[in-house]
Design a protein around this ligand. Structure first.
Ligand SMILES: Nc1ncnc2c1ncn2[C@@H]1O[C@H](COP(=O)(O)OP(=O)(O)OP(=O)(O)O)[C@@H](O)[C@H]1O
Ligand SMILES: [Mg+2]
Length: 287
């Protein structure tokens, strides 16, 4: 399928229309992934918008989002296909003479997300989310799918996508993904937004929060991310914090209210203590 966008800038603008504010480098990576029919591997910290960009691309392209959430121990029966054992048994019992070979056909296959995406082809965006949680074997299994947009099912043969789906893979980098997988993808590191872009994200995602408060939150969160926390807050946490501050009725940030509402922003006791210890500084930087 030809690239539906003229330029990365046009793609960024259209993503903005569906509420996702991409920076130039991410817009370029997504533009290239679409134009070159290559999977897009996104790595980055928690809450920086990796999953959301796949959702936004699906919405923008008018395609179905097919999501595979990875976890330790995930295997092909959850990710690719399984057999409809109940129907196989019933049909073998009901129709005398039907051999077991007759019930290992496409009709008895239950499609899981990867097979659904291959069969949907370019009508789908396939999100393989948090791949770093899956085991090495599962990562190796994905190699054929990512380079050929096809898989081999022993009883059926090769199933190939009629046209490549857009594939977005994400990783929080809790372990290193293999070079073989990286080589098959375009790679982009999703960083935290700068204060200006985070402010614009807050305007889009929390439009009820007054402009001045949103600006202070964006600036304060930048400062908090610079404190060396174990788990710095993501964009999702900034949005929650802005909403929380608005909910308790403040129009401008103060140290007291900032400290009292940290539950929405910082999700670790050690990190909360670090932030609480610097709260005057943080608030002053945003005033
Ligand atoms: N660039 C952006 N434009 C608009 N909203 C954004 C952007 N980045 C993040 N968000 C918001 O932040 C929230 C968190 O983003 P998302 O869930 O995609 O993060 P993530 O990187 O997948 O995090 P995790 O690694 O924890 O899964 C989203 O629901 C969205 O509202
Ligand atoms: Mg995610």
């Amino acid at each position: 399928m030809p690239n539906p966008f003229r330029s990365p800038a046009q793609l960024a603008e259209r993503l903005g229309d569906v509420g996702y504010l991409a920076d130039d480098a991410l817009a370029m990576a997504a533009f290239l992934a679409l134009g070159l029919d290559r999977p897009l591997l996104l790595e980055g910290a928690n809450g920086v918008g990796k999953t959301e960009v796949a959702k936004a691309l699906a919405e923008l392209l008018g395609r179905e989002l097919i999501r595979l959430q990875c976890y330790e121990g995930i295997d092909t029966t959850q990710a690719l296909y399984d057999w409809h054992y109940g129907r196989q048994l019933l049909d073998m019992r009901d129709s005398a003479g039907r051999s077991s070979a007759d019930v290992f056909t496409r009709d008895y296959l239950l499609s899981r997300p990867l097979l659904q995406a291959l069969e949907a082809g370019d009508r789908a965006v396939l999100l393989i989310d948090e791949l770093d949680r899956a085991d090495d074997e599962f990562e190796a299994f994905l190699l054929e799918l990512l380079s050929d947009f096809a898989v081999t099912i022993p009883e059926i043969g090769r199933v190939a996508a009629p046209a490549p789906p857009l594939v977005v893979l994400t990783s929080n980098r809790t372990r290193d993904l293999h070079t073989a997988l990286r080589r098959r993808c375009l790679y982009h590191w999703v960083g935290h937004p700068d204060a200006e872009r985070e402010f614009r994200i807050l305007r889009v995602r929390a439009p009820h929060v007054p402009t001045e408060l949103a600006r202070q939150v964006a600036t304060a969160v930048q400062r908090i991310r610079g404190l060396g926390l174990g788990n710095p807050p993501g964009v999702g946490e900034s949005i929650d914090w802005a909403g929380a501050l608005h909910m308790v009725g403040v129009a401008t940030l103060s140290a007291d209210v900032a400290a009292a509402t940290l539950s929405a922003l910082v999700k670790d006791i050690d990190d909360q203590q670090v932030v609480a210890g610097s709260i005057d500084d943080v608030v002053a930087s945003a005033s």
